[in-house]
Design a protein around this ligand. Structure first.
Ligand SMILES: *Cc1c(COP(=O)(O)O)cnc(C)c1O
Length: 454
């Protein structure tokens, strides 16, 4: 059993498999011993479940919604394969992500290259495999069309619009710039031209307005005699990590360096994940003539969730090396790992949901009012994994496991580094069996595809 979360900690929402695993301490501890600390454990079955739920809910608001998993949110092969096997596409930004998508069973017809800066080599890869290309600027469009000439044209292009809510963004095109693309496209061999956007906030209204803008532009594409190819509304749907979050109460805790770092993430947004995405689409399509236009041209709506599709798909477990007494009831819990493996810290913020603590062989002496600061094993003063002192009624001892839950979306590996020449942490794929668990190296495809669930 893991320690009960203390009452003043932000208690995370936990999936069934996560709870099962936290309650079967010998399994998780054995995996950390076998694969090393920290260990990222992912759950491909959760990924399958998430994708199918997304598809089902989106189909209730629009008949042709296509979901492409944004690879940058997590470099797990087993999760990507689970999404692909269930029917998801992939949003890639580099030749390497594209290779990974091919290797993990995503067909090229379901891939989009959305990276804002593509080399000629990457453009050629897309052209030859007919991967949809998202155009960031008119200069890039010219480069793509010149390269396309050599191979007889382009199948699918998306023109990326600059968010109306982010006029200072360096990505995407303003309305004038989009209009300036049209004469070039009229001269070129492009089968379908779609419009896309990706918005950085977590609001519904900004996406609704952008989506309406994109539909209006698709009408213009059509009016100019070009074939419209759909609308891509990008990613950025919030994940609900906590039942409730009170930043003021969080601030009141004891913090390393006396500075609270809850960050700006909406940890307890009521409308999250697919509900948020469905609300955007439904609201944006309120005008029947827009809906009619999309239907008439049989246009798909594409979505590229990263973080939100990974909700509850993974956890990260760290071994405790030492517990250092700093006096005044303050303890430094030195974890066998670094803050590189919990990416929120690289934005100068805590990953707010409280970690779970699993007792192993160690024996902690519970200290009244003790605060435990989780720190990394590197030589950097800034290698702090949690600035807010954790309260743990049963204490923390060397050999315990500290487990951050729901970490698959960005937390695991976006900023990992082999600092000090310490190898990058491993990922393992866990499969819940009727009795017990099966654990696989994340990258192992053959066995996973032949799961036997005995
Ligand atoms: C990062 C990114 C995504 C995914 O964003 P999430 O916040 O993980 O959903 C989708 N599309 C583009 C263009 C991106 O840059």
């Amino acid at each position: 059993m893991f320690q009960k979360y203390s009452a003043d900690e932000p208690v995370p929402l936990l999936s069934e498999w996560t709870l099962d695993l936290l309650n079967s301490r010998s399994e998780l501890a054995a995996w950390v011993d076998g694969f090393g600390s920290p260990l990222h454990v992912v759950c491909p079955d959760q990924a399958t479940k998430n994708y199918l739920q997304w598809l089902k809910e989106l189909q209730q608001v629009y008949w042709d919604c296509q979901i492409q998993f944004a690879l940058k949110a997590c470099k797990s092969a087993s999760l990507l394969r689970a999404f692909a096997m269930a029917g998801a596409g992939a949003d890639v930004s580099s030749a390497q992500e594209m290779t990974s998508a091919f290797m993990n069973l995503v067909p090229a017809a379901r891939m989009s290259m959305t990276g804002p800066a593509k080399s000629n080599y990457e453009i050629n890869l897309c052209l030859r495999h007919q991967v949809a290309i998202h155009i960031d600027c008119i200069e890039e469009l010219k480069r793509v069309l010149a390269l396309a000439d050599a191979v007889g044209g382009v199948a699918r292009l998306f023109l990326r619009s600059r968010p109306l809510s982010e006029p200072g963004s360096r990505f995407g095109m303003t309305e004038d710039q989009l209009i300036a693309c049209l004469p070039l496209l009229e001269e070129a061999k492009v089968e379908q031209i779609g419009v896309s956007f990706h918005i950085n906030d977590y609001e519904i209204q900004t996406r609704v307005e952008q989506m309406r803008f994109c539909i209006a532009f698709l009408r213009r594409i059509s009016a100019n005699g070009l074939t419209p190819g759909g609308i891509d509304i990008g990613g950025g749907y919030p994940v609900r990590y906590l039942e409730r979050f009170d930043p003021v109460a969080y601030d009141r805790g004891v913090h390393w360096g006396s500075i609270a770092k809850p960050g700006n993430y909406p940890y307890a947004r009521g409308l999250a994940g697919v509900h948020h995405a469905a609300e955007v689409i439904q609201t944006a399509l309120a005008d029947p003539s827009d809906l009619d236009f999309l239907h008439r041209h049989r246009l798909p709506i594409l979505l590229q969730p990263g973080r939100s599709l990974l909700d509850q798909c993974g956890i990260s477990a760290f071994d405790v090396i030492d517990v250092k007494d700093f006096g005044d009831g303050r303890f430094g819990v030195v974890l066998d790992g670094m803050s590189f493996s919990l990416s929120e810290t690289w934005f100068g913020a805590d990953f707010v949901p409280a970690p779970a603590i699993l007792r192993r062989e160690g024996r902690a002496v519970p200290q009244h009012n003790a605060r435990y600061f989780l720190v990394g094993r590197s030589c950097l003063e800034s290698d702090v994994i949690r600035w807010r002192g954790l309260t743990a009624e049963d204490g923390v001892a060397p050999g315990d496991l500290v487990i951050f839950t729901n970490t698959a979306g960005y937390q695991m590996d976006s900023n990992e580094s082999s600092f000090h020449q310490i190898p990058l942490p491993k990922k393992a794929a866990a499969v819940r069996l009727p009795c017990g668990w099966k654990i696989l190296a994340d990258e192992t495809p053959s066995k996973e595809l032949l799961y036997d669930r005995q």
